[in-house]
Design a protein around this ligand. Structure first.
Ligand code: ZN
Length: 226
C-alpha cells in the first residue's frame, strides 16, 4: 500500500507540474462518506488514501505545488456542468443502474464517474479560494466552507471527417489564383493612402484597415502578372 501511495502521488505531482498547475485539490478524508463502493475494502482504502495525501503534500511541496483539501460532500452525486443530480450507470452504452458511469439527464453530460467527480473537486477548490484555511499545527491547507460553480463545457474542436489538406507541405507559399487589384499610384512622390500598415494605430470606423501591398517593381513581378 505504501509503495502504491507514493507512486500515485509522484504521478499526480508530475501531471500537475506538466500542466503548469500550482495547486492540487483533493477530497478531505474526514468528510468522505464511509461507503466507498461495494467492491472496495474500505479500511485498506482509507489507509492508502491517507498515505497518498501525505505523499502528495510532501512531493507537491518540493515541486512548488500546494495541496488543498475540499469537502467531499456531493462531489460524485452532482453534475459538474449544471449542478443537478447525476445518475450512475454500468456503462455509457448500457443505461442500467450501476456505479462507474455518470450521466446527467438535464445537460447531457456523459462521463466516467471519477472524471466527473474530479471536475467537481477542482471547480469547488477554485471557486472557494478565498476560504482556504491553514491548520496552525499540521500546516495543511483546507477549505471547510465550499462554494460550488459550474464547469464550462469544453469547446474542443471537432475532428474533421475524411481526408484533410495539409497546408504546409508545399515548399513555396501558394500564390493567389485571383490577381490583387492594381496598387494605387503614388501622388506627388508620396505613398498612397493606406500604403503602409501601421502598428498600434486605430483607424476610423468604416475605413478599410487591410494592408495594401507596395507597388511591386517590374523586375520583381512574378510572371503570372502580365
Ligand atoms: Zn448536468
Amino acid at each position: 500500500g505504501h509503495g502504491i501511495a507514493w507512486a500515485a502521488a509522484r504521478w499526480a505531482v508530475d501531471q500537475a507540474v506538466c500542466l503548469g498547475a500550482t495547486v492540487i485539490y483533493v477530497e478531505d478524508l474526514a468528510t468522505l462518506e464511509p461507503a466507498l463502493g461495494r467492491q472496495v475494502n474500505a479500511r485498506i482504502s482509507a489507509s492508502v488514501r491517507g498515505q497518498f495525501q501525505d505523499a502528495l503534500r510532501h512531493l507537491g511541496a518540493k515541486a512548488g505545488c500546494a495541496v488543498v483539501t475540499v469537502p467531499a460532500r456531493g462531489t460524485s452525486a452532482i453534475c459538474p456542468q449544471c449542478l443537478r443530480r447525476l445518475r450512475h450507470y454500468t456503462s455509457p452504452e448500457r443505461l442500467r443502474s450501476g456505479y462507474p458511469w455518470a450521466h446527467c439527464s438535464h445537460c447531457g453530460l456523459s462521463a466516467d464517474r471519477d472524471h466527473a467527480a474530479a471536475q467537481r473537486i477542482c471547480s469547488r477548490g477554485l471557486s472557494s479560494q478565498p476560504a482556504v484555511h491553514q491548520d496552525p499545527r499540521t500546516r495543511h491547507l483546507a477549505i471547510r466552507q465550499a462554494q460550488d460553480s459550474q464547469v464550462a463545457r469544453c469547446l474542443r474542436r471537432q475532428p474533421r471527417l475524411g481526408p484533410t489538406t495539409r497546408p504546409h507541405t508545399h515548399p513555396v507559399p501558394w500564390r493567389r489564383r485571383v490577381l490583387s487589384p492594381p496598387a494605387a499610384a503614388a501622388v506627388n512622390g508620396q505613398r498612397p493612402e493606406g500604403g503602409v500598415p501601421q502598428v498600434g494605430v486605430t483607424s476610423a470606423p468604416g475605413q478599410d484597415t487591410r494592408a495594401q501591398p507596395y507597388p511591386t517593381p517590374l523586375r520583381h513581378r512574378p510572371r503570372w502578372v502580365s
